[in-house]
Design a binder for this molecule. Structure first.
Ligand code: XMP
Length: 430
């Protein structure tokens, strides 16, 4: 391995991730590990240069304060403690936003080299993947989202044709999205790509289903069945590639913090598929995943795309999905994205999309009464998607988008702008 590492031991801090980010921003790789890591486990980690004992408000678990294993002090690693009383540490601090103290520890005491960069990371991962996979085959569900796209690019670099990508088009993708996955991965990167157009199958299953949760369950369940059918047709597959990233692992819960959400990727594939997992991004934060994608040569539009829910346009075509309204969502979304890009809003706004409800309103078109659908525009900003504020869009931009939607999208006679923050609204409508 090329990268030096600073290990953070989680002794109940709520700021482990912030600290890991700070160290990585200094150019030194850092990982968070549980407080009760053993000497053997620690020794298995490559290139450890120092350890930070990171205490805090979650240190009391079931009435008792958690401690590190005392034998860790016998190792030769430099140690610093933050908000954790430990007379055996070289330095004890009450708190850390003072970057000078962190720099001094990392560079002067630990003598770590600032060699954490994407080029080195990719070289290391390529070597690790080759070692893990040997001449075996890896299967990957390639949705076209940021994480699965970057995993695909990494695996193509490492093992080329030993990777089999399956792209399932559930018919709820945005305009030209599946086409661009095929174009980038099959035509440019020469991936071994199986494209499954399952649009009719999904739309058939969703017919007359109006309940949002049921729609989500049908889309998720059907995705697994299609993927499973494709996997069973293939022979000699031993590994499954997954776009697990570092927050997925951290949010699955530590020994001191409560679980935020269970970690599952690829919509929870059935256990009887029994693959060994290849997860080359599992140490990266989201912005690092994007940087990795850029380094691997993926197009900017794919790496910096806004979040898109797994059930796709299915949860933006409200109520029971109909083809006319689904097309209205797809076309209006494409117009919105085009105009946001032109106005530079794509770099400023976190998420923006259109929604089409399942009722009609009266209007006039060509001097005659019309009875058509409405398009609702939503544009929000957020840090973590747990709460969100609306973006104040320039009136002229909104007007241009409205004019285009009314002129270009069939079956629509009205455009509205959603002013609701989260809470009480959620970002998506269903
Ligand atoms: P809500 O609607 O819960 O959305 O405020 C929060 C964020 O999560 C995205 N979202 C999903 N992402 N699978 C995903 O990968 C899903 O099923 C899903 N549902 C919502 C949503 O777009 C927003 O960014």
């Amino acid at each position: 391995m090329k990268q030096d590492m600073i290990v953070i031991l989680d002794l109940g801090s709520t700021e482990n991730t912030v600290l890991a980010r700070q160290i990585r921003d200094l150019g030194v790789y850092s990982e968070i590990h549980p407080h009760d890591i053993t000497v053997e486990e620690l020794k298995k980690l490559d290139n450890v240069k120092g350890i930070i004992l990171n205490g805090g408000e979650n240190r009391i678990v079931d009435g008792a304060a958690v401690e590190i294993r005392p034998e860790l002090y016998d190792l030769e690693y430099p140690m610093i403690s933050i908000d954790y009383p430990s007379s055996k540490c070289d330095t004890q601090l009450k708190e850390l936003p003072d970057e000078a103290a962190l720099k001094q520890f990392v560079f002067e005491i630990c003598k770590a080299e600032a060699n954490w960069n994407m080029k080195n990371f990719i070289e290391d991962q390529v070597e690790l993947i080759r070692r893990q996979v040997g001449d075996g085959k890896v299967l990957l569900a390639l949705s076209g989202g940021v994480d699965s796209s970057v995993v695909a690019a990494m695996l193509i670099k490492a093992i080329g044709q030993q990777l089999v990508c399956v792209h399932v088009n559930h018919g709820l993708m945005r305009k030209n999205e599946s086409e661009s996955v095929v174009q980038v991965f099959r035509d440019q990167l020469h991936a071994n790509l199986i494209y499954v157009d399952a649009s009719e199958r999904f739309l058939g299953k969703l017919e007359n289903v109006a309940d949002p949760e049921q729609k989500r369950k049908i889309i998720g369940g059907e995705f697994i069945r299609v993927f499973e059918e494709e996997a069973r047709k293939l022979e000699g597959i031993e590994f499954l590639g997954q776009g697990t990233i570092y927050p997925d692992i951290i949010e699955s819960g530590t020994k001191t913090a409560k679980m935020v959400k269970s970690h599952h990727n690829v919509g929870g594939l059935p256990e009887d598929l029994q693959f060994k997992l290849v997860e080359p991004l599992k140490q990266l934060f989201k912005d690092e995943v994007r940087a990795c994608g850029v380094e691997l040569g993926l197009p900017h539009s794919m790496v910096y795309r806004q979040p898109f829910p797994g059930p796709g346009l299915g949860v933006r075509c409200l109520g029971a999905i109909t083809r006319d309204r689904l097309e209205a969502v797809r076309e209006s979304d494409a117009i919105l994205r085009e105009e946001f890009e032109k106005a530079g809003l794509d770099k400023k706004v976190w998420q923006y999309f259109t929604v089409v409800p399942d009722f009609k309103s009266v209007g006039v078109k060509n001097n005659a009464r019309s009875f058509d659908y409405m398009v609702i525009i939503r544009a929000i900003n957020t840090i973590d998607a747990m709460s969100a504020t609306i973006e104040r869009i320039d009136w002229d931009v909104l007007q241009r988008i409205t004019e285009r939607i009314l002129a270009e999208v069939e079956n629509v006679n009205r455009v509205c702008y959603d002013m609701s923050p989260k809470p009480p609204a959620t970002i998506e409508f269903e």
